[in-house]
Design a binder for this molecule. Structure first.
Ligand SMILES: [Zn+2]
Length: 516
């Protein structure tokens, strides 16, 4: 890594407005990952830890801790109750013409469900010439950090970076060229081996439950054939390297950070999530993934600092959610009761009973990650006493082994949200126009089943506590242990670049981390 001593004087009087905000999301980056392997970090994560304001108690302070709600929160300054992005299944999917992908196969996507504004809208309100670029392997992770802005937004679909018609009708030449040259060069025949010697990894390499029982040990090889390799690369560290190379190309092509307006580069790196789901947060694979991510980020920042004046860059790094250990791991490491909890039989029985009373219909809209949404007006119109149906179900769900608590929105409304983090996180997850009937929370090491992967989605410490670092122009480096929420990031970045939010936020400016 370059030693950017100049950054130390960035807080000095007379500093100029930053010309580039680089927002990096590491998907499924639990807070403890930064400390667990700290002595082995030498690249971008090490640089951020040394030069940044490190928030050790940062939370995605909402329930339904998934990719879409997490990404909608970080640059909007608002939790899902306000962004309307409650869960992945109602994130960015769009089956209309606007959602159609450009030159690629795959599910349509656009930000049509997203409500309100984000950091880039605030920038553009003051600086109409400001530019943004958002890239990720995942559609939702590329789209949601810039809200509804029609700026270039690209994600990876079946072996190439693409966008949807909401943004553009054709791909620019640089994106086409990157797809032709870089994707086939980086995946086929690659071998994922350990970065360091095996004794540097305390984690066991081989646990039978990992990766659905297949290929649980190093090395992990990609096929020689380019199409399957371009798909399978998504589950390896190489995907992050590819995404960062694409982002850097975009900085050049879009001339981001040349000023005078502050531009926004949003990058969401998805490989940690893929590796974490398949192998779990306690695996040798996740350890190696984080080390490789650190090296890739180091190369990326080195290249960026050669292209643009580091004294005029603000960098943030955070995550959309954490992850819970495999229940098999938890059982062997201090929680013999850990389990996956299944409520599908109960829910199906209620569905059948409602159909018998009210006729066929989608009376239960969904029961996912503990959130039950019903068609209350429809059922009431059919004369069904919804309160008694819900109360009855609540009693039966509460009796399931692994269920810690069952709340109703009405009960949550009178909770002490300063002390009761679970109640607060559920309230932060529920938009006013959603008919949520029950909020079911599991014990800390339990997950909703059936599942063959390590999972997230609970309003728990493991799933909500994430890494958060802000570095660069105007930031006071240090470690900050006060509890904060990821929704604080957007107003803080706004303050650093001198723009004002356009609406009421959940987050506050982290003034303690600003250079005076
Ligand atoms: Zn995930």
């Amino acid at each position: 890594m370059l030693i950017v001593a100049a950054l130390q004087v960035a807080g000095a009087p007379g500093r100029r407005t930053p010309t580039l905000v680089v927002h990096i999301t590491v998907d499924q980056f639990r807070a403890d990952y930064l400390d667990r392997w700290r002595p082995q970090l030498t690249g971008g994560l090490a640089w951020l830890l040394r030069h940044g304001a490190v928030f050790t108690h940062a939370y995605q302070d909402h329930a339904m801790t998934e990719t879409a709600p997490g990404h909608a929160t970080m640059l909007s300054g608002r939790n899902p109750h306000a962004t309307g992005i409650v869960r992945n299944d109602q994130g960015v999917s769009d089956t209309t013409a606007a959602g159609r992908l450009v030159g690629a196969m795959g599910p349509g996507a656009s930000p049509w469900r997203f409500r309100g504004t984000e950091l880039f809208d605030w920038i553009a309100a003051r600086y109409p010439d400001a530019r943004a670029l958002s890239v990720s392997r995942k559609d939702r992770a590329a789209i949601l950090p810039v809200g509804r802005a029609r700026q270039p937004v690209y994600w990876y679909a079946f072996g190439r970076f693409t966008t949807s018609r909401y943004y553009e009708d054709t791909l620019p030449d640089w994106v086409k060229a990157f797809n032709l040259a870089m994707v086939p060069a980086r995946a086929p025949g690659r071998r994922w081996n350990l970065l360091l010697r095996p004794s540097a990894y305390p984690e066991p390499d081989s646990e039978p439950y990992e990766n659905n029982g297949r290929g649980v040990t190093f090395p992990h090889d990609l096929p020689a054939d380019s199409f399957p390799a371009s798909i399978m690369v998504m589950a390896t560290p190489f995907m992050d390297s590819l995404t960062l190379a694409f982002a850097l190309d975009g900085v050049n092509q879009r001339q981001l950070g040349r000023g005078p307006a502050p531009d926004l580069l949003a990058i969401s790196l998805s490989a940690t999530d893929a590796v974490g789901h398949a192998f779990g947060p306690d695996s040798r694979e996740i350890h190696d993934q984080v080390l490789r991510l650190d090296r890739y980020l180091g190369q990326f920042l080195d290249s960026l600092f050669r292209l643009r004046d580091p004294r005029r860059i603000v960098i943030s790094l955070t995550s959309d959610h954490g992850v819970t250990s495999y229940v098999q791991w938890s059982r062997a490491h201090g929680d013999p009761e850990a389990r996956d909890v299944r409520a599908d039989t109960l829910i199906r029985a209620v569905e059948a009973a409602l159909e018998a009373r009210a006729g066929s219909g989608r009376w239960i809209r969904w029961f996912e990650l503990g959130m039950l949404v019903m068609d209350r007006p429809g059922l009431e119109a059919k004369g069904v006493d919804v309160d008694s149906v819900v109360a009855n179900l609540a009693t039966r769900v509460r009796a399931l082994p692994g269920v810690a608590r069952v709340d109703t929105p009405r009960g949550l409304a009178s909770a002490d949200t300063a002390r009761d983090a679970v109640a607060r996180r559920w309230l932060n997850a529920i938009p006013p126009d959603l008919d949520v009937e029950l909020c079911v929370t599991l014990r800390p090491h339990d997950v909703w089943g059936p599942t063959i992967e390590a999972e997230h989605g609970q309003p728990s410490e493991d799933d909500a506590h994430v890494a958060l670092i802000i570095a660069g122009a105007g930031v006071r480096p240090g470690r900050y242990a006060k509890r904060m929420q990821v929704a604080d990031l957007a107003p803080t970045l706004a303050r650093l670049i001198g723009v004002e939010p356009l609406e009421k936020l959940d987050g506050r400016v982290l003034t303690e981390a600003l250079a005076r």
